[in-house]
Design a protein around this ligand. Sequence first.
Ligand SMILES: Nc1ncnc2c1ncn2[C@@H]1O[C@H](COP(=O)(O)OP(=O)(O)O)[C@@H](O)[C@H]1O
Ligand SMILES: [Mg+2]
Length: 218
Amino acid sequence: MGYFITFEGVEGCGKTTQIKLLSEFLVTRGMQTTLTREPGGCPIADKIRAILLDAENQALSPLSELMLYAAARAQHVTEVIAPALEAGKIVLCDRFCDATVAYQSFGRGIDRDVIDSLNLYACQGESPDLTVLVDCDPQLGLERARQRIEATSGPREERFELEALAFHQRVRAGYRQLAADEPDRFLIINGADTIEHIFDAISAQVVARIPEELRVVC
Ligand SMILES: Nc1ncnc2c1ncn2[C@@H]1O[C@H](COP(=O)(O)OP(=O)(O)O)[C@@H](O)[C@H]1O
Ligand SMILES: [Mg+2]
């Protein structure tokens, strides 16, 4: 079996920046790596992603939103995550189940038990070995995310960026609670630092946790 690493945190904390750097770092060292993301990660789930992140879908109900995340995840686990882990790869996933707990339970107030059972079902037995929580003040993250959205062409994936600051604060608190509940799985990194410092911290601590049989040092 491979090793499953997820990245979590509020909008603009630096997940995508850091997961790409980590993927390049591992690949350069000859490690078998699969880089993927949620929502999405395969063609069918990417279609669901477009619905979930489209800022025009303001009428999407919290329950529909939750079910769409679960549907996208079930497809992604089946098509990408489970086969890659089965093949012994290091899987790096930009957001996963913890995001659903942080956003849909802590953020939107949906019953945690419902979310936990849906996650369990959608994940089909797969669960992260290590979760990197890039923790930062949502105000800082949202400012960065806005700059990225303005600088990017294509569809504006900003339905969540348009939520109130209080929503993002609940999401951050949710993530911190999840990390406190499972300290062995979570690695908390200060996302307010520079890209270089954050990467140094992540690369050193993640590599140390990768099982020896998957770790290549050259
Ligand atoms: N530590 C950092 N300091 C300053 N800017 C950053 C930092 N990390 C990321 N950024 C920039 O902020 C924006 C959002 O980063 P991104 O990695 O896309 O965040 P996320 O995937 O968590 O939403 C990008 O334009 C990125 O270049
Ligand atoms: Mg991102």
